[in-house]
Ligand binder design. Sequence first.
Ligand code: ADP
Length: 404
Amino acid sequence: MKQILVLNSGSSSIKYELFDMDSAGPLESGLVERIGEDESCLKQSFPASTSTPPSRSIDVSVPDHQQGMELIRRALSENASFAGGRHLVGIGHRAVHGGETYSGPTLIDDRVIETMKQLVPLAPLHHPANLIGMEVARSAFPDVPQVAVFDTAFHQTLPAFAYRYAVPQDWYRRFGLRRYGFHGTSHAYVAKQVARHLKRPLADVNTIVFHLGNGASATAIRGGVSVDTSMGLTPLEGLVMGTRCGDLDPAILIQMGKQSGMSLDQMDEVLNKQSGLKGLCGANDMREVLAKESAGDEAAALAVEIFVYRIKKYLGAYHAVLGRLDAVAFTAGIGEHSHEIRARSCSDLESLGIAIDAARNTSVEPPICEIQTSESRVKVVVVSTDEEFEIAEQTLACVQNAGN
Ligand code: ADP
């Protein structure tokens, strides 16, 4: 039996999920949240088939990540399937940014930690928390190989003409300013699921994946390889998101800086947290936005139009990038659950060979389901993403390659 533990460490939380890699199923998942605050807690969930209750929440004091990791270790030890960690062959860490250094899952050692520290300027909010998670997990499980799986790694295959911005070369050479792309683990997983579902080799299938969650991104994938993606140097670029603006004329920043007197930090806050759907209509949760639209709210109706229009523009652009398009895949919260957004994003695209069947679109069965009409040349597929499982698979492959 082989088990992999997946960890996702944020500034005040550690999420975890334990997988049995033989059955490809989860054994337990959970999180420690509000680390360092007055009311921290541990939440655990178990698959429906086990004798344990499906979920439980325990209020405990968790002053720092070290104690949070210790709590997770103890919680796992109480799970009979964990068998005291005897079957644990690796720990996979979700890591936000691998810069140009990491293009695949990487076995963590002191040198990797040092290199990752140098990448902090590329993701100043997330990277330090990722590093703390790695350090505490290494001390809690010193004998288990640990692997970093980077959100950016899948997009390291982008050609230079897709990842470079048309700014002075020096900005790239000295400051690393280029498109890196994010959500790579999800895009990679979804592309594989689509090919498997179509019973075709991954290398033969061209797919555009729309990951539409609170953060949203599109990726053009040729034969399993990312060739362009909508997020850029940071996750701010591209599609309209819950609270992020997506594509913007860069002169807006200059103009607003001059006219409003806002500082760079204030503009950062507005563009990342007060824009997107929220900025346009006051709500960032797509369910709420759609409900407002149904109730006659004009700002919400416009917000949805802008949201789907941007998706459609990327669909057309990436269709041109790929030349031959086999499948369009929708995933994450909005992509998996909103038939309205899927229908509106793909409306009037018959000339591109894309047409959604209304009945199929409203009766989607997870984890994967085709929703195109019988005339549609391109398959339109709804896929339940599973970033944690993809991290577990990449971790196992990395550990096995390293001969552990
Ligand atoms: P995150 O990026 O935080 O992982 P998720 O993938 O969970 O986000 O997606 C969250 C988004 O999915 C929210 O905007 C939420 O409103 C939307 N969503 C979830 N269920 C539905 C639904 N049934 N209809 C429309 N939107 C939905």
